[in-house]
Design a binder for this molecule. Structure first.
Ligand SMILES: Cc1cc2nc3c(=O)[nH]c(=O)nc-3n(C[C@H](O)[C@H](O)[C@H](O)COP(=O)(O)OP(=O)(O)OC[C@H]3O[C@@H](n4cnc5c(N)ncnc54)[C@H](O)[C@@H]3O)c2cc1C
Ligand code: SF4
Length: 322
């Protein structure tokens, strides 16, 4: 590991103006520093900042501080009762020990598990070395993405929490040298295109302060379904976050987001359009799944993800509308 300096921010204003890399739980960043993938010169410890609360907003929505630990958020009474998809997604991720450390801000910015990205002996990784190609295309790509890929990168976005936040239409609030901004999660993550090294809309020095969620739809049911190689402590092969509301057997409101298959947390407007106003039946769930995966581009080892993701969507919709 390269040497680095360390400082602890005392206030949010101080942190937002500091020149360095923020460290929350450290469960992603420290690994990457040990592997030589990330080499920050300065670490800014933000664990002392007053960003650890979960509050109900006057409009009925929820404000989640960036330092709220994944375990605390998953077990928060309001989250369990009104944003079950978020609680379920968090509890499906990593391990209890990791969730006790991991923060909301850090989870939003966790980086891909692509093995070539994490092994610096491979020089052809455009996410690490812009313009150098992609070792995963034609290499081992079983875990890679099938939606939103480019010729320069096929890395999967690894987070479960962010898939739920996408279905819940979260907003990410940041503070930086130029002031405060609110970014809809739909605009936060970038497709890889020709610049997979640019992963999100953050500008240098911007600190994530909190995330807000709209007021819950009281009549909706929420489900997070994660399919993976083993039942715990494993990243998704395919996952689906569904928020659905039915009346008279018809779908009146629906949000569908996918994990494990996209280069970013994947909102499927196609699936939603195929479902809106339709009877909540297996035929329409399957049609929605077909629409969601229509543009899928599998690689040599991950063609199975296309059908797996479809079945994941159908099952999540079936549960959410039961
Ligand atoms: C073995 C293992 C298994 C895992 N399995 C899963 C899984 O199944 N599902 C899943 O979703 N995740 C999984 N994870 C990932 C885990 O969820 C993340 O490591 C964790 O959420 C990151 O949070 P952190 O606070 O530790 O981030 P850190 O490591 O502290 O930071 C991560 C990044 O975010 C930046 N950052 C942190 N906070 C802020 C902020 N407030 N503002 C701006 N930048 C910030 C840091 O600079 C860094 O770039 C796994 C991790 C490990 C090690
Ligand atoms: S998929 Fe992306 S992260 Fe993985 S080797 Fe290719 S460019 Fe690098």
């Amino acid at each position: 590991m390269q040497s680095f300096s360390y400082s602890k921010a005392q206030t949010v204003d101080q942190a937002a103006g500091m020149d360095g890399r923020f460290i929350g739980g450290g469960t992603t960043l420290v690994d990457l520093m040990k592997q030589g993938v990330e080499t920050p010169k300065t670490l800014v410890d933000i664990t002392g900042l007053p960003l650890s609360s979960v509050e109900t907003l006057p409009d009925g929505g929820l404000k989640i501080g960036a330092m709220v630990r994944n375990s605390d958020l998953a077990h928060h009474e309001t989250v369990k009762a009104q944003y079950a998809v978020l609680s379920e997604a968090l509890l499906s991720g990593a391990s209890p020990q990791l969730r006790n450390m991991a923060t909301t801000g850090g989870n939003l910015l966790q980086r891909t598990r692509c093995p070539y990205f994490r092994d610096t002996s491979y020089t052809n990784c455009s996410k690490r070395n812009p313009g150098s190609g992609c070792a995963a295309i034609g290499g081992h790509n079983r875990m890679m993405a099938i939606l939103g890929t480019s010729e320069d990168c096929i890395a999967t976005h690894p987070s479960d929490m962010c898939v739920a936040l996408t279905a819940l239409e979260a907003t990410i609030h940041v503070q930086g040298p130029k002031g405060d901004r609110a970014i809809a999660i739909a605009d936060f993550y970038k497709l890889p295109g020709t610049t997979p090294n640019v992963e999100n809309a953050l500008e240098p020095g911007e600190l994530i302060t909190h995330v807000t969620l709209p007021a819950p739809r009281k009549a909706s049911k929420q489900v997070y379904l994660k399919l993976r190689d083993r039942a715990s402590y494993e990243f998704a092969l395919a996952s689906a976050a569904v928020v659905a509301e039915t009346s008279g057997g018809h779908i009146r409101f629906v949000r569908v987001a996918l994990g494990g298959v996209g280069t970013r947390p994947w909102r499927s407007h196609e699936a939603e359009a195929a479902l809106m106003g339709k009877p909540a039946t297996a035929t329409h769930f399957r049609a929605a799944a077909e629409a969601a995966l229509k543009e899928a581009k599998p690689q040599s080892e991950n063609g199975f993800k296309v059908e797996l993701a479809k079945r994941c969507i159908v099952r999540a919709l079936t549960t959410a509308t039961a």
